[in-house]
Structure formats: structure tokens, C-alpha cells
Design a protein around this ligand. Structure first.
Ligand code: SF4
Length: 395
């Protein structure tokens, strides 16, 4: 295990009036020739980061993980992929509303974030001409009301905590007024990008507390990628959210150059477990256009994940390593010399739910579509959960 950088208590010279930087020329720490070159990248994919977050970068280190996360790289322009790698368009039933699984609706309720993660799988939302996000949730609320099978609503975007508190409160109030909506999740990276969004807005804390009740909690799905994001203000932000009455859990992708080291990932998971924000999902990087520099092959990802889970308490080891594929959420269960073992946690096609999958091992594969089924090798075959028939092939 390699050495972990010390976690900063906070940026030394920072005062909490956060500014958002959107032009590379404002990055005085980048040499002018690099800024000029990277303009080509930002013209396509945009650039945004808070001055607080940029203050966490060690500019002396070109491989600094915080830098990798928000500062563009020229190789984003190379490589292949689709802008909508999980084919979210196929689940979009109205502007800003996706309905993929019967019980769950996803609302894209904001078109910006506290920063633009370079590996974002929804970077298309920040690009010119995007019309996917809806700021008016009336249609969504009516739709959810009319569908009693929807018990689970995920607010995402963009970052919902960048909505005004009154707008977010109106949306949460509207959802809480629908009796069959049990679980509301809010996906946010604001505790990492700008913790003061929560710390300085008591009305936001009260609003979350009002709608996170004893019988129906609100879940804040934080997005910390690296232990150095867990500064004192970020930890205080999570503390304030928990004291407001919400439940916190963390999900993040496995990112080359950021957290693709078992020591880093395990350190992140342990620290998250200490602050009451245990890890939930680790996502395999989707093959989104421009994301190739940040992707780790599935097999290497599994090795990193497995090694990281050797440390910490059970709460630090609760994460699951998954692929958000267009056919469903697929857990990566294991790898041996010949095969990769997967299982549908959720599936768009009901006949695939719980299905165990066995593929030939391919150390260069980044996505399910790169894998070849192991059928012809008499691999273990498992029926869907509903059938529970198990047959282990000859070995
Ligand atoms: S916080 Fe999430 S939605 Fe926003 S840029 Fe990062 S990955 Fe994309």
C-alpha cells in the first residue's frame, strides 16, 4: 500500500465566500501555453470549479488527484465513446424525467454543478444546446402522483443543492405530499465543491430536516472521490446534514489518477465511515465521450476494490462495485483466472433481475459491451433470482 497524502484541515488562506471559476485564464497556476491548449477542451466540455476546491490542488504536482478531477486534459479530445453512454434517452419520458425501473424515477432538476468533474457521465448537460434538464417540476409531480408504483425518487442533475432553497423546498414538499413516495435521494457533490452551500444556509438545513421524517428519511448521496476532499469544512457540512436529520451515504466512480489505488480508496472509505457517510456504490467509469483518460479496466478495478475492502470496519466495506449499464445496474462480484462474475442488481428487463452472468476474463475490457459470455466454456450458469436454480459447470 502506498503512502496517503495528509488530509488538509482546510485551505489555509481561504475565506468562505466561494467564487466559481469558469475560464482557464483565471487559473494563474497553469502556464499560459497549457491554458491556450486546454481551451480546445473547454470549448467542448466546459470548465467550472470553485476557488475553494482549486485551493486544494497541489499545483507543483502535475498528477495531483484534485487537479485531475477538475482541470481539463488535452487527451479528453481523443478516444471514442458516446455522450449518453447508458442510453438515458431511452428512459426519458419527459424533459428532465427518467423512468427506467418501475419503482424509481430520476429527476434532472438542475443543469449545473459546483464544479465540472472531468469524467462526468452527464457532461452533455453542460454542453451547448442541452435541453434535457427541467426546472419546472409540475409535470414530474403529476406523473409520479399518477403512478403508485413509484416509491423512490432521485433528484440529480447537475446538482440539486445548487437550486435555491425555496425551489428545492417546493420540490421536496411536492414529493412528500405524494403518499406512495417513500424514499427521496438527493445526489450532490456540494459538500466537496462548496461545503458552505450547506453551512451558511440554515434554511436549507431546516428544509431538509422538515421533509426527512422519522418514517421517511431523505438520503443525501454525497460524491467524495478522494480523501483530500474531506477537509474540515466538508466534514462539518456532512455533520450539519446529519444533524438536520438526513441519512448520508457516498457514491463515486473509480477514476484513473484520482482514486485507482487501494490505499487511497480504503482511506477514503474508512474516513467516510467515521463521519457517518459510509460508502454505497463504486461505479465503473461509463464509456462516455471524453472519459477514456479517467477509466480503469474492469479487472484492474476489481483488484483495486477488493484490496481496498481489506481494511477498515464493516461500515467502511459496504460499497458495491457496479456498472450502470443501459440494461440495468450490474454488480461486479469477482474475477478469477478465466472469468468475470457479474449480477444484475437492477434490470430494465424484468426477466434479467437477479441474473448471474459469467463472462470470459478480459483484462482490457472497460464495459460490459467489451465482454464475451463464457457459455462455450461450461461456465457456472445461474437462473434469475425468481427461479433460484443453480448449476455449476464442470471445472
Ligand atoms: S457532480 Fe456529478 S453531475 Fe456534477 S459534474 Fe460531477 S459527476 Fe457530473
Amino acid at each position: 500500500m502506498s503512502q496517503i497524502d495528509a488530509v488538509p484541515s482546510a485551505h489555509s488562506s481561504y475565506t468562505p465566500s466561494v467564487r466559481y471559476i469558469t475560464r482557464l485564464e483565471q487559473l494563474q497556476d497553469l502556464p499560459p501555453d497549457q491554458r491556450a491548449e486546454l481551451e480546445h477542451v473547454t470549448r467542448l466540455y466546459g470548465f467550472r470549479a470553485s476557488d475553494y476546491y482549486l485551493g486544494l490542488v497541489n499545483w507543483q504536482d502535475p498528477c495531483d488527484p484534485i487537479r485531475q478531477l477538475v482541470v481539463p486534459r488535452i487527451d479528453e479530445l481523443a478516444g471514442s465513446g458516446r455522450l449518453d453512454a447508458s442510453n438515458e434517452a431511452a428512459n426519458t419520458i419527459a424533459r428532465g424525467m427518467q423512468h427506467k425501473y418501475p419503482d424509481t424515477v430520476v429527476l434532472l432538476c438542475n443543469e449545473t454543478c459546483g464544479g465540472f468533474c472531468r469524467y462526468c457521465f452527464r457532461k452533455r448537460l453542460f454542453m451547448n444546446g442541452n435541453t434535457e434538464v427541467s426546472l419546472d417540476q409540475t409535470l414530474a409531480l403529476n406523473y409520479i402522483m399518477a403512478h403508485p408504483e413509484i416509491t423512490n425518487v432521485l433528484l440529480t442533475g447537475g446538482d440539486p443543492l445548487l437550486l435555491s432553497t425555496s425551489r428545492l423546498g417546493a420540490l421536496l414538499g411536492g414529493l412528500r405530499a405524494i403518499p406512495h413516495v417513500q424514499i427521496i435521494r438527493i445526489g450532490t457533490k456540494m459538500p466537496a465543491f462548496n461545503p458552505w452551500r450547506v453551512l451558511e444556509d440554515e434554511s436549507l438545513q431546516q428544509t431538509l430536516g422538515r421533509y426527512s421524517t422519522a418514517r421517511q428519511r431523505i438520503y443525501i448521496m454525497t460524491h467524495f472521490d478522494h480523501p483530500r476532499e474531506l477537509t474540515d469544512p466538508a466534514i462539518e457540512c456532512v455533520d450539519r446534514l446529519i444533524r438536520a436529520g438526513v441519512i448520508c451515504a457516498n457514491q463515486c466512480p473509480l477514476i484513473r489518477g484520482v482514486n485507482d489505488d487501494p490505499a487511497v480508496l480504503s482511506d477514503l472509505y474508512r474516513r467516510l465511515s467515521w463521519i457517518g457517510c459510509p460508502p454505497y456504490y463504486l461505479f465503473q467509469m461509463r464509456p462516455t465521450l471524453g472519459n477514456q483518460p479517467y477509466a480503469v479496466p474492469i479487472v484492474r478495478g476489481w483488484e483495486i476494490f477488493r484490496e481496498a475492502l481489506r481494511y477498515g470496519s464493516g461500515l467502511a466495506r459496504r460499497a458495491r462495485f457496479v456498472m450502470s449499464h443501459e440494461t440495468g445496474k450490474i454488480e461486479i462480484l469477482g474475477v478469477d483466472e478465466k472469468r468475470i462474475y457479474l449480477r444484475y442488481q437492477r434490470a430494465k428487463d424484468p426477466t434479467l433481475r437477479g441474473r448471474f452472468l459469467v463472462y470470459k476474463r478480459n483484462d482490457d475490457a472497460y464495459w460490459l459491451d467489451d465482454l464475451v459470455p463464457a457459455d462455450d466454456e461450461h461456465a457456472p450458469r445461474f437462473a434469475p433470482e425468481s427461479g433460484l436454480e443453480i448449476h455449476a459447470g464442470p471445472e
